[in-house]
Design a protein. Structure first.
Length: 210
């Protein structure tokens, strides 16, 4: 297909497609003449992935580039690629000397990981993100919120199980890593929305209108 048809199929403007090609986010089309290039279904798929990560997931183009680099890495074992993708999708925390709340929060994260037998590094990006949230709750005077941490971990295991069950259906390596990338970003958005809906529902049931 030509670039105009690719634009029509994906809803991405032609200048934006050309920008993605220049920035290395999208492979260049195959030249059919000096001024014309042909694009394949793989280009359409990659554009839809970029658009989803950008518009729904809220990732920056720099973060998307890192995710796509991991997706396209054919040398690493799949498990390491999936880990790299997950790490890049977590906001960075840390830097500087940790305060007392952060030190205590990191200890609680390590204890949680050990108690649940998770084979993860509590000091990795996801662990640091959790510690940052716990530390912020403590500073805001809501340190007792950690009482629901086990319930959150239980729910997270169930959601992760559903994620992996979906991913396990993917046969091709590219399908597998792409499904993790888009599923993690858009799945987080979906999970947050479902949580809000459930909160409103429970509040309405607990406080029925007169």
């Amino acid at each position: 297909m030509r670039i105009g048809e690719l634009s029509a199929r994906t809803g991405v403007p032609v200048p934006t497609i050309k920008y993605y090609v220049r920035e290395g986010l999208l492979p260049a089309g195959e030249l059919s003449s000096p001024n014309q290039a042909r694009y394949e279904d793989s280009h359409e798929r990659r554009l839809r992935l970029i658009r989803g990560l950008l518009e729904v997931g809220g990732l920056s183009l720099a973060a998307i580039r890192e995710v796509l680099t991991a997706v396209d890495d054919k040398e690493k074992p799949v498990h390491k690629v999936l880990g790299a993708i997950a790490d890049r999708l977590v906001p960075e925390h840390g830097g500087g000397e940790p305060d007392a709340e952060t030190v205590l929060a990191r200890e609680k994260v390590a204890q949680l990981v050990a108690a649940r037998g998770w084979q993860v590094d509590p000091g990795g990006p996801a662990g640091e993100s959790l510690a940052a949230a716990l530390a912020a709750l403590s500073r805001a005077g809501h340190g007792r919120f950690e009482e629901v941490l086990d319930a959150y971990a239980e729910a997270a295991e169930r959601v992760a199980g559903a994620d992996m069950a979906y991913v396990s259906r993917m046969v091709a390596r590219e399908d597998l890593v792409e499904s993790v990338a888009v599923g993690t970003v858009l799945g987080d958005t979906m999970l947050a929305a479902l949580r809000r809906l459930a909160q409103v529902n429970l509040s309405a049931r607990a406080n029925p209108a007169p």
